[in-house]
Ligand binder design. Structure first.
Ligand code: KIV
Length: 308
């Protein structure tokens, strides 16, 4: 655990909240957002000082290996949201409303948004769409649930868009995305994701609305940035979208580590003495000298898993 500046475990760090995110936009400070799907990664990202953890329905692709987000269910979002909530302490936690959990009607949307907070540990929910979804946003917000919008490339509309395509490339199409963003902001959303749009359109939207814009594949002019964690950590070797910067190559590192493990198991060099619990104690009850791995290095009860 690090207490260096910027660490989430620093006593000076305060939990990130909706008002503090709005203050960041007002002060011109950038907002960092990253997707998380489990407690271990949530702890890493929270410790690294990220402002917002997003339990994205992208989990359908990066965790479940599907080719779209469409099959993801409410129960799955709740499961992953609760895990991320257990791993984080300071980050603001947003959980996606999955496909068809809010589109059919406002009542269903409100009920499911509530579940993400009460069962999934969310501080806010995210949903996709523009003017058509504005009444739903207003209803959820009026129940005291903060809503993050999402316009531009909206993955839940993959089939309507004809694939994961950049949106707003002509002036006419750009105006449509701008109007969608305005509708979302006017409905009461506290922030909005702008995905897969040209840089200058993202700048126009960021200047046109009061709420923070969080870009992904939308250039540098947004108030914040979000990336899928598995992409930025280099855990998705076959996917190299243009907008993703890989800050590590963890797929390769994990593969190399696993290859070494396999080799050591096959040749019998693992486990060596330091990774064992030693021999059976003598029957007269006299204590054998404590093995290093017996009491000093073995995990304490409740602090890890495996035999004690
Ligand atoms: O599902 C997700 O991870 C998202 C981000 C890519 C914005 O919506």
């Amino acid at each position: 655990m690090s207490d260096t500046k910027g660490s989430s475990r620093s006593p000076a760090r305060r939990p990130m909240t909706v008002p503090r995110l709005l203050e960041k936009k007002a002060r011109g400070e950038k907002i960092s957002v990253i997707t998380a799907y489990d407690a271990t990664f949530a702890r890493i990202f929270d410790d690294a000082g990220v402002d917002v953890l997003l339990v994205g329905d992208s989990l359908g692709m990066v965790i479940q290996g599907r080719d779209s987000t469409l099959p993801v269910t409410m129960d799955e979002m709740i499961y992953h949201g609760a895990a991320v909530a257990r791993g984080s302490r300071y980050a603001h936690l947003v959980v996606d409303l999955p496909f068809m959990s809010y589109q059919p009607n406002v009542e269903l949307a409100l009920k499911n948004a509530g579940r993400l907070l009460s069962e999934g540990g969310a501080h806010a929910v995210k949903l996709e769409g523009g003017a058509e979804i504005a009444p739903t946003i207003a209803k959820i917000v009026s129940a005291g649930i903060p809503v993050m919008g999402h316009v531009g490339l909206t993955p839940q509309s993959v089939h309507a868009m004809g694939g994961f395509r950049v949106q707003g490339k002509t002036r006419e199409a750009a105006n449509r995305v701008l109007e969608e963003a305005r509708a979302v902001a006017e409905a009461g959303a506290y922030a909005i994701v702008l995905e897969g749009i040209p840089n200058d359109l993202a700048r126009e939207i960021t200047e046109a609305i009061d709420i923070p814009t969080i870009g992904i594949g939308a250039g540098p002019h947004c108030d914040g940035q979000v990336l899928v964690s598995y992409d930025l950590l280099g855990l998705t070797p076959t996917l190299r979208p243009k907008f993703v910067k890989r800050y590590a190559e963890l797929f390769d590192a994990a593969k190399r580590a696993t290859e070494t493990y396999v080799r050591e198991v096959e040749e019998g060099s693992f486990p060596s003495a330091e990774y064992t619990f030693g021999e059976i104690r003598s029957e007269n009850g006299s204590e054998e000298p404590a093995e290093k791995g017996d009491s000093e290095t073995a995990p304490q009860k409740g602090k890890g898993y495996g035999p004690r």
